[in-house]
Design a protein around this ligand. Structure first.
Ligand code: ADP
Ligand code: GLC
Length: 479
């Protein structure tokens, strides 16, 4: 099949969260099955400055209508491996910036123009370059209008650009909502500025473009696919999604097992496997040393995430005394909400031997936290899929997760299943988290049970090749 993806992030070119890991690994797996895979991404600064980009070739110059203007853009092609092409859509005014979506905790003011233009440029590039796709798969709100623009252009120009369009929701909390006056940048007929179009409570919603106009809607775990049909998790989109329920499918993400493998991980001071865990002890030592924490025979808890409400930082802050009182260690790697950053820094300052915080984006450190911790914390309020709970199982670190979204699908609670358990899932309430922490302390001193759960996790297969099979089947079925 000829499969085209469109997204605003792809590992390693640009990553702010799991979306990048997913597009990177999914494209790689699909191409390894023999499909012809390409991906459209914006020409962000980090990518333009990379050594890789020097090999990119200018394919075409576009003039894209945006409201009353025509704005120029360039499309560069960069081959990756044998069967993958990355198309970089470049307009430096929009994307040659140090961040993807905003700075100093504020979205860029022109995100409407940037991403409406990006969506149009993808469709125009597919037309001009005559990329006749079997499948066009768009991810998240930044590409939400692509399925709609695509069908409009096909109609206007009598062209066929893609047989079927797919739209993946990675996180319904981000919808690409803009004031209704931004509608003019779409140059769409006014009929689309309505309830059955992209209008949303007197605003416009880019994600609605994907939800209403893609042939198939996907999300990143079966449990999240059910949750988003309810007001608790639907962020106001539950009505729109329910209309498309028949075309909504959830497939849990996989992980890139080349990048996340404790046997070969070059970010770690020592490697290890399920059969020989001695390297893990060295990683634990290194983690404590790097974060200035003292050694302990009590567990080390790790957390790596965006410091936002979604990730359950409030629950964590309420439980800080647990770690301190019980002589445990807590390491947090993350950036985000300045209020959360300040609170966590205060805890680290008042308990420098027990609480370590690293407030930066640091790929190497994220591997070290996974490897060096005994438990990995994800007290998320909601979690479409989550990747770290899978990384941690592979790294022999027991995940303690709230029982939501993909965390429900990917962690087996040892209290429910002693034979196969790999961690713990708790109700996302104060009492649930408190109890789970208490049990984790007891389990840590019961070495045989702890090691059993650890081995169970390390022996699970979360590889993308399995997961991508599911995508391949859906694509094939749809065409
Ligand atoms: P989300 O996409 O909601 O942020 P995921 O669990 O799907 O959550 O993916 C988050 C990804 O981002 C993981 O690969 C995680 O290790 C990584 N990550 C988050 N914060 C940091 C950080 N400060 N430094 C390095 N990697 C990070
Ligand atoms: C989103 C979600 C996360 C998911 C990731 C990749 O950012 O918050 O749960 O794992 O996308 O699909």
């Amino acid at each position: 099949m000829k499969i085209v993806h469109a997204a605003s992030e792809m590992f390693p070119c640009l990553k702010t969260g799991g979306l990048a890991d997913v597009t990177g690994a999914l494209c790689k797996s699909l191409s390894s099955f023999g499909h012809d895979v390409s991906i459209f991404i914006p020409g962000y600064r980090k990518l333009l400055e990379s050594a890789e980009f020097k090999k990119a070739k200018l394919k075409v110059v576009l003039q894209i209508e945006l409201g009353d203007d025509f704005l120029r853009g360039e499309v560069y092609a960069l081959p990756i491996g044998k069967r993958q092409t990355m198309y970089v859509i470049r307009r430096d005014e929009f994307f040659d910036r140090s961040n993807a979506y905003g700075a100093s905790n504020r979205d860029y003011d022109d995100n409407d123009r940037r991403f409406i233009w990006f969506c149009k440029a993808i469709v125009e590039a597919m037309h001009v370059l005559e990329i006749k796709a079997d499948i066009l798969h768009c991810h998240d709100w930044q590409t939400g209008l692509v399925p709609l623009f695509l069908r409009m252009v096909e109609q206007e120009r009598g062209a066929s650009l893609a047989l079927k369009t797919f739209f993946s929701i990675h996180n319904l909390a981000f919808q690409g909502l803009f004031p209704n006056r931004s509608f003019k940048y779409t140059n769409l007929p006014e009929e689309f500025n309505e309830l059955d179009g992209i209008e949303f409570y007197e605003q416009i919603s880019m994600i609605k473009g994907g939800i209403f106009f893609a042939d198939k809607i996907m999300t990143v775990s079966p449990n999240y696919a059910r949750e988003i049909l309810t007001p608790d998790f639907g962020f106001g989109m539950e009505g729109a999604l329910t209309k498309r329920e028949e075309d909504l499918v959830g497939i849990a993400n996989g992980i890139d097992t080349d990048v996340w493998d404790p046997r070969t991980d070059s970010h770690l001071p020592a490697n290890y496997s399920a059969k020989n865990l001695s390297g893990k002890a060295l990683c634990r030592k290194a983690l404590l040393k790097e974060t200035g924490l003292t050694d302990t025979d009590k567990p080390v808890y790790g957390m790596v995430c965006r410091l936002t409400e979604q990730k359950g930082v409030d629950s964590l802050l309420k439980r800080m005394n647990f770690f301190i009182k019980n002589d445990c260690r807590l390491v947090i790697l993350g950036t985000g909400d300045p209020g959360y950053e300040r609170s966590l820094k205060r805890w680290a300052k008042s308990h420098p031997d027990r609480v370590g915080v690293c407030m930066r984006l640091d790929e190497r450190m994220s591997h070290l936290v996974e490897a060096g911790s005994d438990y990995f914390l994800m007290p998320s309020v909601f979690e479409p899929c989550g990747l770290n709970q899978m990384y941690s199982q592979r790294y022999g670190t027991l995940p303690l997760v709230s029982n939501v979204g993909g965390l429900y699908d990917t962690v087996i609670d040892f209290r429910d299943d002693e034979e196969a358990g790999t961690g713990m899932r708790f109700e996302p309430t104060e009492a649930g988290f408190k109890e789970a922490l208490k049990v984790s302390l007891a389990l840590f001193s019961d070495k045989a049970s702890y090691e059993k759960a650890q081995a169970n996790g390390m022996n699970r297969d979360f590889s993308w090749s399995n997961v991508a099979k599911g995508y391949e089947d859906l694509y094939a079925e749809s065409i």
